[in-house]
Design a protein. Structure first.
Length: 168
Protein backbone atom coordinates (compact mmCIF):
# COMPACT_ATOMS: atom_id res chain seq x y z
CA UNK A 1 0.00 0.00 0.00
CA UNK A 2 1.13 3.57 0.54
CA UNK A 3 2.65 5.48 3.45
CA UNK A 4 0.91 8.71 2.46
CA UNK A 5 -2.08 9.37 4.68
CA UNK A 6 -5.26 10.08 2.81
CA UNK A 7 -4.28 8.29 -0.43
CA UNK A 8 -6.34 5.14 -0.82
CA UNK A 9 -6.55 2.46 -3.50
CA UNK A 10 -9.78 4.13 -4.62
CA UNK A 11 -7.90 7.40 -5.18
CA UNK A 12 -5.28 5.53 -7.18
CA UNK A 13 -7.86 3.84 -9.44
CA UNK A 14 -9.73 7.10 -9.96
CA UNK A 15 -6.51 8.92 -10.94
CA UNK A 16 -5.45 6.48 -13.69
CA UNK A 17 -7.00 8.51 -16.57
CA UNK A 18 -5.08 11.58 -15.41
CA UNK A 19 -1.65 9.94 -15.69
CA UNK A 20 -1.59 10.20 -19.47
CA UNK A 21 -3.40 13.48 -20.01
CA UNK A 22 -2.97 15.72 -16.96
CA UNK A 23 -1.22 19.03 -17.48
CA UNK A 24 -0.59 18.69 -21.22
CA UNK A 25 -1.82 20.69 -24.18
CA UNK A 26 -4.88 19.59 -26.17
CA UNK A 27 -2.78 18.26 -29.09
CA UNK A 28 -0.62 16.07 -26.85
CA UNK A 29 -3.66 14.93 -24.89
CA UNK A 30 -5.44 13.99 -28.12
CA UNK A 31 -2.43 12.05 -29.39
CA UNK A 32 -2.08 10.13 -26.13
CA UNK A 33 -5.78 9.26 -25.97
CA UNK A 34 -5.75 8.15 -29.62
CA UNK A 35 -2.63 6.08 -28.94
CA UNK A 36 -4.38 4.32 -26.08
CA UNK A 37 -7.42 3.88 -28.34
CA UNK A 38 -5.24 2.24 -31.00
CA UNK A 39 -3.88 -0.18 -28.38
CA UNK A 40 -7.41 -1.15 -27.35
CA UNK A 41 -8.38 -1.36 -31.01
CA UNK A 42 -5.97 -4.28 -31.38
CA UNK A 43 -7.91 -6.16 -28.71
CA UNK A 44 -11.26 -5.30 -30.32
CA UNK A 45 -9.95 -6.38 -33.74
CA UNK A 46 -9.10 -9.74 -32.16
CA UNK A 47 -12.70 -10.10 -30.99
CA UNK A 48 -13.98 -8.96 -34.37
CA UNK A 49 -11.87 -11.54 -36.19
CA UNK A 50 -12.83 -14.25 -33.71
CA UNK A 51 -16.54 -13.62 -34.22
CA UNK A 52 -16.19 -12.78 -37.93
CA UNK A 53 -17.95 -9.41 -37.63
CA UNK A 54 -16.79 -5.81 -37.54
CA UNK A 55 -19.54 -4.21 -35.45
CA UNK A 56 -17.47 -4.41 -32.21
CA UNK A 57 -14.82 -2.20 -33.81
CA UNK A 58 -17.34 0.38 -35.01
CA UNK A 59 -19.13 0.27 -31.65
CA UNK A 60 -15.89 0.64 -29.70
CA UNK A 61 -14.82 3.77 -31.57
CA UNK A 62 -18.30 5.29 -31.53
CA UNK A 63 -18.49 4.87 -27.75
CA UNK A 64 -14.89 6.06 -27.25
CA UNK A 65 -15.39 9.23 -29.28
CA UNK A 66 -18.70 9.90 -27.53
CA UNK A 67 -17.14 9.47 -24.10
CA UNK A 68 -14.14 11.70 -24.80
CA UNK A 69 -15.59 14.33 -27.11
CA UNK A 70 -16.16 16.92 -24.40
CA UNK A 71 -12.65 16.58 -22.99
CA UNK A 72 -10.98 16.58 -26.41
CA UNK A 73 -12.76 19.46 -28.17
CA UNK A 74 -14.29 21.38 -25.30
CA UNK A 75 -13.01 22.46 -21.97
CA UNK A 76 -12.19 19.62 -19.63
CA UNK A 77 -14.34 19.64 -16.49
CA UNK A 78 -12.82 20.85 -13.25
CA UNK A 79 -13.58 20.79 -9.56
CA UNK A 80 -16.38 18.61 -8.27
CA UNK A 81 -17.52 17.60 -11.78
CA UNK A 82 -14.03 16.36 -12.67
CA UNK A 83 -13.79 14.48 -9.39
CA UNK A 84 -17.17 12.82 -10.03
CA UNK A 85 -16.04 11.76 -13.52
CA UNK A 86 -12.77 10.36 -12.15
CA UNK A 87 -14.57 8.40 -9.45
CA UNK A 88 -17.13 7.16 -11.96
CA UNK A 89 -14.33 5.85 -14.16
CA UNK A 90 -12.68 4.00 -11.28
CA UNK A 91 -15.99 2.61 -10.08
CA UNK A 92 -16.83 1.42 -13.59
CA UNK A 93 -13.54 -0.48 -13.84
CA UNK A 94 -14.06 -1.98 -10.39
CA UNK A 95 -17.65 -3.08 -11.09
CA UNK A 96 -16.67 -4.55 -14.47
CA UNK A 97 -13.90 -6.66 -12.95
CA UNK A 98 -16.15 -7.79 -10.11
CA UNK A 99 -19.01 -8.71 -12.47
CA UNK A 100 -16.68 -10.72 -14.70
CA UNK A 101 -15.05 -12.48 -11.73
CA UNK A 102 -18.35 -13.33 -10.06
CA UNK A 103 -20.01 -14.65 -13.23
CA UNK A 104 -16.93 -16.64 -14.17
CA UNK A 105 -16.51 -18.35 -10.79
CA UNK A 106 -20.02 -18.60 -9.33
CA UNK A 107 -22.69 -21.02 -10.50
CA UNK A 108 -25.10 -19.00 -12.66
CA UNK A 109 -28.57 -20.25 -13.66
CA UNK A 110 -29.31 -20.27 -17.41
CA UNK A 111 -32.19 -17.72 -17.17
CA UNK A 112 -34.16 -19.59 -19.83
CA UNK A 113 -31.28 -19.68 -22.34
CA UNK A 114 -31.35 -23.35 -23.28
CA UNK A 115 -29.13 -25.46 -25.56
CA UNK A 116 -31.41 -24.74 -28.54
CA UNK A 117 -30.98 -20.99 -28.14
CA UNK A 118 -27.22 -21.34 -27.73
CA UNK A 119 -27.02 -23.53 -30.82
CA UNK A 120 -29.19 -21.14 -32.83
CA UNK A 121 -26.77 -18.30 -32.09
CA UNK A 122 -24.13 -20.25 -34.06
CA UNK A 123 -21.24 -18.38 -32.46
CA UNK A 124 -17.99 -19.11 -34.34
CA UNK A 125 -15.75 -18.91 -31.29
CA UNK A 126 -15.27 -20.83 -28.05
CA UNK A 127 -14.87 -20.16 -24.37
CA UNK A 128 -16.93 -19.99 -21.20
CA UNK A 129 -19.11 -17.05 -22.26
CA UNK A 130 -19.76 -18.63 -25.66
CA UNK A 131 -20.67 -22.01 -24.15
CA UNK A 132 -22.73 -20.38 -21.39
CA UNK A 133 -23.96 -16.99 -22.71
CA UNK A 134 -26.27 -16.54 -19.74
CA UNK A 135 -23.12 -15.65 -17.78
CA UNK A 136 -22.75 -12.56 -19.99
CA UNK A 137 -26.36 -11.62 -19.26
CA UNK A 138 -25.70 -11.99 -15.52
CA UNK A 139 -22.45 -9.98 -15.76
CA UNK A 140 -24.20 -7.17 -17.63
CA UNK A 141 -27.01 -7.11 -15.07
CA UNK A 142 -24.58 -6.97 -12.13
CA UNK A 143 -22.45 -4.29 -13.76
CA UNK A 144 -25.25 -1.94 -14.82
CA UNK A 145 -27.28 -2.45 -11.62
CA UNK A 146 -24.24 -1.69 -9.46
CA UNK A 147 -23.35 1.37 -11.57
CA UNK A 148 -26.92 2.65 -11.40
CA UNK A 149 -27.22 2.26 -7.63
CA UNK A 150 -23.81 3.83 -7.10
CA UNK A 151 -24.70 6.82 -9.28
CA UNK A 152 -28.02 7.26 -7.48
CA UNK A 153 -26.16 7.72 -4.20
CA UNK A 154 -23.50 9.92 -5.79
CA UNK A 155 -20.76 7.30 -5.32
CA UNK A 156 -20.69 8.25 -1.61
CA UNK A 157 -19.65 4.71 -0.64
CA UNK A 158 -16.40 5.24 -2.57
CA UNK A 159 -14.18 6.85 0.10
CA UNK A 160 -13.63 10.54 -0.53
CA UNK A 161 -16.10 10.61 -3.42
CA UNK A 162 -17.75 13.81 -4.56
CA UNK A 163 -21.12 14.25 -2.92
CA UNK A 164 -24.27 13.92 -4.93
CA UNK A 165 -24.94 12.95 -8.54
CA UNK A 166 -23.84 15.18 -11.39
CA UNK A 167 -26.44 17.69 -12.60
CA UNK A 168 -24.88 18.09 -16.05
Amino acid sequence: MTDRPGVTWQDTIAAIPDFAIAGVCRTTRTKRVLGLGVFYTLIVVGFSLGFKTWWPLVGFWALTVNRLLGALVGQAPSGAERELIRRSWGIGALFYLLAVMITTLAPIPPFGIDEAAIGAANLPSSGLWVREPYRVVAAAFLYFAARGVSELVGHRWFKGAATGPSRV
